[in-house]
Design a protein around this ligand. Structure first.
Ligand code: ADP
Length: 496
């Protein structure tokens, strides 16, 4: 099975158990296999550092008390002898200390070993071995008992197994005399300890493995469950159920993923709704003029007196409306697909707006609209003139389409610090505050039921938004239901 096919749950479980196993293995290794060498290493370092402190103070008049202190603190026997093997200083803390019972012959041997090997442990031996080495033929007899020799009962069995680490170092004192510092520390056999540890480790291993399996299952469940839940919801979403909610709980990342997916689902459902509305709108928008064109043409063909210029004008108007719709659609799709880039140039925005307003002169004359333009001075901007004209044109169109009974539309050009603000105001019905965020969406129309007198494609503001965003311009709308609307945008002015 490929690793990426394994579920997150088993993966977490696997790594957790692996981790525990490695930990346990390390524990086993250190507690059983390496225990003895560790222990000996520590003892060696200890005996060496004690010897060093004694050697450093070899000329000290307080040496005896120092030797006593070191011996007590470290459980180490100390003996300092001169070159004639006579004791100068001595401290005996362990009852079965070897160095205090060495025959002169052994002392001589150690003295020479110490001279040869600087700062090393001379011997690790047990008392029994030493006895056998010293008195190979006297094993059934106790060795000769005199001062400085082994005496007393033979040591008990486990004591006999305990080893001694003997360390010796020859130094020259300030008076020129050579002395040997001899130290002895007891090494308790670790075998029995290892045995105890092993039994304990078996139990600990069992408990730990069981615990780690249980814990890893629990943790992996906690982590994987919300993911599985989210995945299930996502599958629902993929099937087209846009009302799917993502509600998996557990931890922060899952919470954030929920929010993201809920947002995405919301956006998807919006797109879906828009798509449906678009089909309905477009088919409606296409059908109405087509019906009119067909109706009028048939009427003109069949009824001789109806072939009037007015009727032809209606046909032309409807055809124009169709053409506008198609142009808007093409413009928007071009703008939004990013195939159209801006052709920036410096131009007189004020003059450009005045030019646009000329196109409305017929409208103002015939239909009684009042379009006012307020500007203090001519302002130059760097922008795409054709596209900005389209923005102004769309905003004026909307203002006229949704104007109030006074049929008044006001354009204001305000010069700000480094920008120019263009406002298009009407006194019409205004827009519901709740609907304000949606009017910039494609095909969005507040008034779903189409009124013939209000001709719109539902694309105007969407084009405005896309163009202004391409320019990086600020834009917005201030509107109140029943109190008219002001659409505005700002462009950076050119400084001369
Ligand atoms: P339309 O072609 O329908 O006007 P737009 O994208 O230009 O499409 O506008 C979207 C919607 O915003 C319109 O249907 C209308 O409801 C609302 N709207 C736009 N401009 C105005 C305005 N000046 N006054 C009131 N409502 C407006």
């Amino acid at each position: 099975m490929r690793l990426d096919k394994i579920s997150i749950r088993w993966k977490i479980c696997f790594f957790f158990v692996l981790f525990s196993a490695v930990m346990l293995m390390l524990l086993w290794l250190f507690q059983t296999v390496f225990l003895e060498s560790f222990y000996k290493g520590i003892k060696t370092r200890n005996i060496q550092s004690c010897a060093q402190s004694i050697v450093d103070n070899i000329n000290n008049s307080e040496l005896q008390s120092l030797v006593d202190e070191i011996a007590q603190q470290n459980d180490i026997c100390v003996r300092i002898v001169n070159s004639k093997y006579q004791d100068l200083y001595s401290a005996e803390v362990a009852p079965d200390c070897i160095i205090h019972r060495l025959p002169a012959m052994m002392l001589y041997q150690f003295y020479h070993k110490a001279l040869e090997n600087e700062d090393t442990v001379l011997e690790i031996t047990s008392k029994m071995t030493l006895l056998e080495e010293l008195f190979p033929k006297n094993t059934e007899k106790t060795p000769p008992f005199s001062d400085g020799h082994f005496q007393g009962d033979p040591p008990p069995a486990d004591k006999a197994r305990s080893q001694s680490m003997i360390y010796g170092r020859v130094v020259t004192r300030s008076n020129g005399a050579q002395v040997m510092v001899l130290l002895n520390s007891t090494i308790t056999p670790v075998n029995s300890t290892v045995e105890t540890l092993r039994i304990q480790l078996v139990i600990v291993t069992g408990i730990l493995l069981a615990l780690s399996v249980a814990l890893s299952l629990l943790i992996s469940r906690k982590i994987s469950r919300p993911i599985i839940k989210i995945n299930d919801s996502a599958k629902e979403l993929a099937k087209g159920k846009y009302d799917t909610r993502f509600e998996a709980k557990g931890y922060r990342e899952i919470g954030e993923l929920n929010d993201t997916l809920n947002f995405a689902a919301g956006e998807l459902s919006k797109v879906e709704q828009l798509r449906r509305e678009l089909i309905a709108n477009i088919s409606h928008d296409l059908r109405t003029p087509l019906t009119m064109i067909t109706g009028y043409s048939e009427m003109m063909r069949d009824i001789p007196g109806e072939n009037t210029p007015e009727n032809v004008q209606i046909i032309i108007d409807e055809a124009n409306h169709l053409s506008n719709l198609v142009t808007d659609l093409l413009d928007l799709s071009k703008l939004q697909s990013g195939t159209q880039s801006l052709s920036l140039e410096d131009f007189n925005l004020t003059a450009s707006i005045r030019n646009i307003l000329k196109r409305y002169s017929k409208l103002t004359r015939q239909d009684g609209y009042h379009i006012r333009f307020e500007s203090e001075m001519d302002v130059y901007v760097r922008a795409d003139e054709i596209k900005i004209s389209q923005v102004v044109y769309n905003l004026i169109n909307n203002a006229i389409n949704y104007a109030g009974a006074d049929k008044a539309v006001t354009l204001r050009q305000r010069v700000l610090e480094a920008a120019v603000r263009v406002e298009v105001t009407d006194n019409g019905g205004g827009i519901d505050p709740e609907l304000l965020p949606y009017i910039w969406d494609r095909y969005y129309k507040v008034d779903k039921a189409h009124r013939r007198e209000v001709v719109g494609t539902g694309l105007g503001l969407s084009i405005v938004k896309t163009v202004l965003e391409l320019h990086g311009a600020n834009y917005g709308v201030i509107s109140e239901k029943g109190a008219g609307s002001t659409f505005w945008f700002e462009l950076k002015t050119l400084q001369f």
